[in-house]
Design a protein around this ligand. Structure first.
Ligand code: SF4
Length: 447
């Protein structure tokens, strides 16, 4: 169970020395409690207190990392039931399942399609995260061949999907040091699978649809020394996903029930109907699923899942924002229009996208408004005549264009008079209210 700031404070040296960059031990304890500081920042905490605090401050759901390097996928370490309480931290990994019954050409095509299933959205690169290789043939040699082939084609982290120890042992040598997830230990194979996971430094999925039996199985496996687990409670219907995933999450977070303190996963690749597969995956992403297995990576299928995942796993307390600077859209020159807007990501990408649609190259000055949209920033006093004039002068916009015309968003037309006073050498033009009117505005108004 997470400790409160006051409980943490009891274990600190209480010298208020400031070495942790906080003025007092209590201030540090409060930040530690909300995970905005790390215990390492205090050099004077005793080893005994450190042990107690590390244990007590461990997240209720263990962090599991699959794969290595820049494509490694980390899931878990969540601390709340509902996003509005704070935030969710680790986005669910989307996996595409490839059968070892497929021919080499089919495998290559599917890997290629999976790797290319990616898109940029509000400044983030969204993609499929993992490949699960399924030992559908039951043949250890075929499994090993598929694993070998796929490791040569992609650096995406892998899930080895087999419940046969012979197949697992034949494939693992090709993944030395690559930290795949092994799916899955069950009541009959868990001894061998735990051993294999331990020897190869892999995380291990535990499959058991009965939740009582699942918790027993997890305890048996952790007693064998395997700590990095992912739970698969066999939730393949919407009702089961919501029910089982919620029970597991609630048990871990509200009751500190250790056997359920792990990320959860499910494979939907055998749903039969692609539409149903996407719907089940959506339910799982919405309700605590940390790894979601799909049959393929068609863009129509993964795009809504990417967007849903991004929306749920964005910190509601931190507006998404882009860097304050002047952006080139297209290939602008000294005669190109100059527009200004705020640095809320969505605002920036909408405005930039509509400038691109207009086929008119332009300069887009993006002023820091702490990630607020135009109207909100204006209402909060963060996008005012003074701040705009200051920004335009700071970035030396006058050296970029000959015409000295500055287009402001239509929503802040009220600023045009005061801005004109602060920038007397400039001609302040009120642009459209909505970004989608920019192409018409340029066509009709920009000369
Ligand atoms: S470094 Fe440690 S002892 Fe010093 S103020 Fe911070 S918490 Fe207290």
């Amino acid at each position: 169970m997470a400790l409160s700031g006051i409980e943490i404070f009891k274990y600190l040296p209480k010298t208020n020395c400031g070495k942790c960059k906080f003025p007092t031990c209590l201030a540090f304890a409060m930040k530690l409690a909300v995970k905005q500081a790390s215990l390492d920042q205090c050099p004077d905490v005793s080893p005994e207190s450190k042990a107690k605090l590390s244990d007590a401050s461990a997240p209720p759901i263990r962090l599991i990392t699959i794969g290595t390097g820049e494509n490694a996928v980390s899931v878990g370490e969540e601390t709340i039931m509902f996003r509005h309480e704070k935030t969710f931290y680790h986005t669910p990994g989307i996996a595409v399942v490839i059968s070892d019954k497929s021919s080499a050409d089919e495998i290559k095509q599917k890997v290629d399609k999976t790797v290319k299933a990616a898109v940029e959205r509000v400044g983030q690169h969204l993609k499929v995260d993992l490949i699960a290789i399924e030992n559908e043939s039951g043949d250890p040699q075929k499994f090993a061949e598929a694993v070998k082939l796929i490791t040569g084609l992609t650096s995406l982290p892998l899930i080895l999907k087999s419940d046969k120890i012979d197949s697992l042992k034949s494939a693992l040598p090709f993944l030395n040091g690559k930290k795949p997830l092994i799916w899955a230990a069950n009541e009959t194979n868990y001894h061998d699978f735990a051993q294999a996971a331990k020897e190869n430094g892999c995380s291990l999925a535990v499959y058991e649809p009965d939740l009582n039996k699942l918790s027993d199985l997890v305890e048996k496996i952790t007693a064998l020394g395997v700590k990095d687990l992912v739970l698969d409670p066999g939730a393949l219907k919407a009702k089961d996903i919501i029910e089982k995933f919620t029970i597991i999450r609630r048990s871990a977070i509200k009751k500190a029930f250790k056997p359920f303190g792990y990320p959860v996963m499910s494979f939907f690749h055998k749903s039969g109907d692609s539409m149903m597969e996407v719907m089940l995956a959506s339910v799982a992403i919405s309700k605590y699923g940390s790894i979601i297995g799909l049959s393929s990576a068609e863009m129509w299928k993964v795009l809504p899942l990417f967007a849903l995942r991004q929306n749920i796993y964005t910190d509601p307390q931190k507006p998404m924002k882009v860097e304050q600077k002047i952006y080139k859209i297209g290939d602008p020159d000294k005669n190109s229009p100059l527009m200004i807007t705020t640095n809320f990501s969505l605002t920036y990408f909408l405005v930039a996208g509509e400038i691109e649609n207009s086929k008119v190259s332009a300069w887009l000055a993006v002023q820091d408004s702490e990630g607020l949209s135009v109207m909100t920033a204006w209402a909060a006093g963060k996008f005012s005549a003074g701040s705009i004039a200051n920004f335009i002068n700071t970035i030396k916009a006058a050296e970029l264009v000959n015409h000295k015309k500055l287009i402001i968003p239509g929503y802040v037309s009220v600023l045009s008079g005061s801005l004109q006073e602060k920038l007397p050498d400039w001609n302040i033009i009120v642009g459209p209210r909505e970004a989608n009117a920019i192409p018409v505005f340029f066509k009709n108004e920009w000369k």
